[in-house]
Design a protein around this ligand. Structure first.
Ligand SMILES: Cc1ncc(COP(=O)(O)O)c(C=O)c1O
Ligand SMILES: N[C@@H](CCCC[NH3+])C(=O)O
Length: 417
């Protein structure tokens, strides 16, 4: 029997395999599935025939093996730093498939992106536009730019991951958009290829996407009327996944609804930047129970993964399903428990008020951990970050070694006062 399967749309690791993996590779441990990653990618790709395209948002999970799988499948990439460009290239991704987002692109990052020849800059302000033009001029070249416009649409998601409201720092306000495009059109060393927006992450309804698209298309019409032709309409990422009981639209419905809107725009290529929807359910986090500390109202299940390994629950009060993979633990606990980590913060928890029955040494699985899991990990509390492995059929590959405490300590010792 295959030890790795997909149940309820999520990577499922047989109990004995979880124990083996935890034993062999140590905990905390991120486990990714190549098959699920491939499946998720295909769901996007099959509905986006050329010239449309999906550019995977590297920030969700920048593991080189993950990027390599996607590069082999012909993915484009959405990046937000020079480091992410370097990773994509290292993993075999094509420079001319990269869109570069982010509000604070530095001189060095713009130079690097121009030198490797990316597909487009998603420009977030007039000041950035001028900087790109100047750097392109110094290099005797012209930069492909798409202007990120803030459509002022409520994405109905957690406020920290809503990006398309006027109050957010992202993009150029819609009322300034036409003037910004005129300016871009007039500059000698940039050429306008597109218009872009990204309204937020973990969206579970279609309406905000379509609302934003209507506003973007009205802008495309307005620009056409003054002779500025737009080739790429980049609608960003944001499609949500089921962590608990959310019911986000299916990928096919989401894409088809968008393509229907541009039916009468034969010149437009639709670009999407999915992150979470590609990797979230392709990953789990395995963690070992260190102690169980009873108290009157609830128990604390203290595990070896903390907020430095998996920040989402602490930062967004995000829900991740947690299961005990140890076979002797059947049924639900009598009392609710908080699954908490080793970090010295009260907000260091993976789950609260759960009914996880657990004992010291058990291995718990935290589901849907493939997106913004390892990617947001840190060395807080001078803790080492976990290893990452990828299962490919019944084969297991270590795709990032666990950091070693000795190395971390060594680094500390080399720091000079
Ligand atoms: C510009 C941009 N594109 C794409 C994404 C990916 O979003 P998601 O992982 O929700 O698909 C993000 C993150 O929210 C983003 O800021
Ligand atoms: N880090 C967020 C998603 C934000 C993506 C960046 N715009 C999360 O874990 O849900």
């Amino acid at each position: 029997m295959n030890q790795f399967s997909y149940q309820h749309g999520q990577l499922h690791v047989e109990a004995c395999a979880s124990q083996d993996l935890a034993h062999t590779y140590g905990t905390p441990l991120y486990v990714y599935s190549r098959a699920q990653l491939t499946h998720n990618w295909q769901a996007f790709n099959q509905h986006l025939p050329k010239p449309h395209r999906a550019c995977y948002a590297v920030k969700a999970n920048g593991n080189l093996a993950v990027l390599q799988v996607l590069a082999h499948l012909g993915a484009g990439f959405d990046v937000v730093s020079g480091g992410e460009i370097a990773r994509v290239l290292k993993a075999g991704g094509r420079a001319d498939s990269i869109v570069f987002s982010g509000v604070a692109k530095s001189h060095a990052e713009i130079e690097y992106a121009l030198d490797v020849g990316i597909l487009q800059f998603n420009v977030e302000s007039l000041a950035e536009l001028e900087r790109i033009n100047q750097i392109a001029a110094e290099r005797g070249t012209s930069a492909p730019v798409s202007l990120r416009v803030n459509p002022d649409v409520d994405a109905k998601t957690h406020p920290y991951i809503a990006t398309g409201l006027e109050a957010n720092k992202f993009g150029i306000p819609m009322r300034d958009a036409v003037a910004a495009f005129k300016r871009a059109h007039s500059l000698e060393h940039v050429h306008v290829v597109g218009v872009d927006c990204h309204i937020g992450s973990q969206l579970t309804e279609l309406a905000p996407f379509l609302d934003a698209m209507d506003r973007m298309l009205a802008l495309v019409d307005e620009l056409a009327a003054i002779g500025i032709e737009i080739a790429h309409l980049d609608m960003g990422g944001g499609l949500g996944v089921t962590y608990d009981d959310e019911t986000p639209p299916a990928v096919a419905d989401y894409i088809q609804a968008m393509l229907a809107k541009i039916e009468h725009y034969p010149q437009l290529a639709l670009y999407l930047e999915p992150g979470r929807a590609i990797v979230a359910n392709a990953g789990i986090l395995l963690t070992r129970v260190e102690y169980v500390k009873p108290s009157d109202k609830k128990d604390f299940v203290i595990v070896d993964a903390g907020m430095n390994d998996m920040l989402r629950p602490s930062l967004y009060q995000a829900f991740h399903r947690i299961e005990n993979t140890s076979t002797h633990q059947h049924g639900e606990a009598q009392k609710p428990c908080d699954v908490v980590g080793p970090v010295c913060e009260t907000g260091d928890f993976l789950g609260q008020e759960r009914k996880v029955k657990a004992a010291e040494g058990d291995i718990l699985a935290v589901f849907n951990a493939g997106a913004y899991g390892f990617a947001m990990s840190s060395n807080y509390n001078t803790r080492v970050r976990p290893a990452e492995i990828m299962v490919d059929g019944n084969q297991v590959h270590v795709v990032r070694q666990r950091e070693q405490l000795e190395q971390l300590w060594q680094l500390e010792r080399t720091l000079e006062l």
